[in-house]
Design a protein around this ligand. Sequence first.
Ligand code: ADP
Ligand code: ASP
Ligand code: MG
Length: 814
Amino acid sequence: MKVLKFGGSSVGSAENIEKVVEIVKSATEKNSCAVVLSAMRGTTDALIETGKLAESGNKSFRGKIKQIKAKHSEALHALVPISAQSALLDFIEIRIGELEKICEGIFLLRELSPRTLDRIVGYGEILLTAILAAKFDSLGIKNVWKDSRELIVTDSNFGFATVNFKKTNAQIKEFFKTSSSKLHILPGFIASDADGATTTLGRGGSDYTAAILAAALDAKVLEIWTDVSGMMTADPRFVRNVRGIPRISYREAMELSHFGAKVIHPPTIHPVMAKGIPVWVKNTFAPNDFGTLIEAETSPEKEIIRGISSIDKISVLSLEGSGMVGIPGFSKRLFDALSRASINVILITQSSSEHSICVAIEEKLGKLAKESVDKEFEYEIAIGKIEPLRVENEFSILALVGDNMKAHTGVSGKMFATLGAQGINIHAIAQGSSERNISAIISSKDVRKAVNTLHEEFFSDGNKQINIYIVGVGTVGKKLIEQIRLQSEFLRANMRLNVRVVGLAKSRNKIFDEAGIELANAEILLKSAPAWGIEEFVDLILEKNLRNSIFVDVTASEEVIHVYPKLLQKSVSIVACNKVAASSDYENYQRLKDLSREFGTAFLFETNVGAGLPIINTLNDLMRSGDKIRRIEAVLSGTLNFVFNNYDGSRSFASVVRQSQDEGYTEPDPRLDLSGIDVARKILILAREAGFKLEMADIENKGFMPESCLHGSVEDFYAEMEKRENYFCDLFETARRDNFLLKYIASFDNGKASVSLQSISKEHNFANLSGKDNAVLFYTNRYADLPLVVKGAGAGADVTAAGVFADIIRAAKI
Ligand code: ADP
Ligand code: ASP
Ligand code: MG
């Protein structure tokens, strides 16, 4: 004997029912079969809604019933030849007529008891099984339809009834003993109480019906046919790269389903486990896939963790009070009070001080729990021995399951470190004494991120998904997008990083796509994108709460830096090309560094100095390895270097500056470069990274630009420079007469920093810096006489974008 169960997910349409028929047909060739069906997809929900509409006095319940009737009649028409339809059409007519009468009654009374609701929802499985039986009849396959309510007896806990196994097993055995058919078809989910009233076994309960039959009949296998190829390492609706679990133990399957893996209804395993009957989860739409075999023992496999599951809509109840310490019986009274109210406890934790007990239950039962528990402890609450029960909502339970966990140390450490790194707060922890599961209560808004991150950590062959938000799509931003587009395949193949740009913002236009923005079309997409403020964009980032998120600031905007703290605190890394933050008030700089440390989130800004050159990283490495920076000499402005390398009086100074701007070397406002402010910011950042507490005002800036050039608009600036051409020509000629070169040099020495235009001899370290090159000389304790030199192109969109990209990869690896 085989028991096969098909879920609503397998029977959404006539076409799907044909697939079920094929599977059953081939099963009956060798075995007697009992086939359990649940309702057609969506029918149980529709029936519940019908009842609720009627209860609330909404006449549209009648339309709902018509839809339910039409859906089943259509399926019948499609499956069974017209000549064989009439008996079943009558059957549907009669059942729908009953349903209408019941709902009219509810509508009149405005009252829907759990008992009546069970009666209503039962019609879904009754109608579908009758249609399947008619289909087999029409194919000439003999079968017997049997109402499960005549076999399965329960208590009267409507909605989630408890089975009376003694009576049930006897009735099942008796019935099958007397029936000679090789094929029986039975509705899942429904049963009846001692008075014969319809009860149900809980949502998803058809699996359980099938298990009860399998156990009573000593079936050789229970097959659960659904819409996925077996149990997976996580819920495939949540996680993309789930893996199938070919074999799993009863206990592991039980834990996974208890903690939310909907593929199996939680109580299902119990009756079959007691009899050692294997359960095979199979896919109706891919019957040749192996699926999952659930048995007593699994072969020893290397995986420590078998799967991850989660349950939403959880309330956390906390009972606290000094009066609880050392006095026996408090927990018992708490659980008695919950049990009296028929509240199922999903998870329990108790603090070691015995000062508080925390239990997780379904959110919808929270109010009832509070009434029942506060009543139980009425006296203790009145005299202040304990606090009234605290009920907190919007939680989820997350569980890591695996038989092999007990043999390995560090699983919980890894689990909590992974969650912590993503900024996910853990409200409570429980570890089953069997060491087969570790569960944590977290806020529901974090659950998707948590399941995905843990799955990546425990199952994904080291592949890591990185979610990037880029703000600022100017020259550098565009190059960056292009580089990411071209490099993403390499990163996936060689670094196991799956880099996805999910958000883009250009001035006020912003786009978001969780599946990854199509980068080749980014510009076009941005043009038609809606306008949002930066704050709204950040709210979206926090609301989406994607794992491994990196916010990349490629603007020069003051406004954008104000959102950094909010992001760092939520474990969103920051990669800034924007220098404003690192060169703002020391206090602000330090706060960002502290937040980054506190939340284990990257705050990287290598491109703030020398574009893509590894200057800040080199400095950080020196410091980390215990070296001390004594002195820094540097040419840090690609723009100024370019300007003084190209200016020889043959064309105006202004036109050389313009060329530098056109070639993309300057800040968006070139006066920031020409005034020396940009260089001052850079040496400030280096000094700070070297451990010195400096402010911008501490940097001596001996600017060379005539004051008159630095006012008005950018165009005024160019015009004024043209007017002052003689001044620039003089500067050049004076240096040339002495055979000197002009360089804009930043120095830091003994805690003091300055920037100035200097005439240097042709033997000077910086003399042969060409084009837009930068150079930094670090004099340190270890590099005392000959400095450590970093030199190369220090400006340009391509190299800057490359530097930002390198920071992104660094942040991803943290
Ligand atoms: P049925 O109607 O066949 O009973 P269900 O919808 O009750 O189907 O259960 C199947 C669904 O369970 C799958 O479509 C899948 O989305 C979900 N599910 C949740 N967790 C898991 C898991 N760990 N493995 C497989 N499926 C899971
Ligand atoms: N039809 C019922 C439900 O939707 C039972 C089941 O699907 O197993 O909950
Ligand atoms: Mg199900």
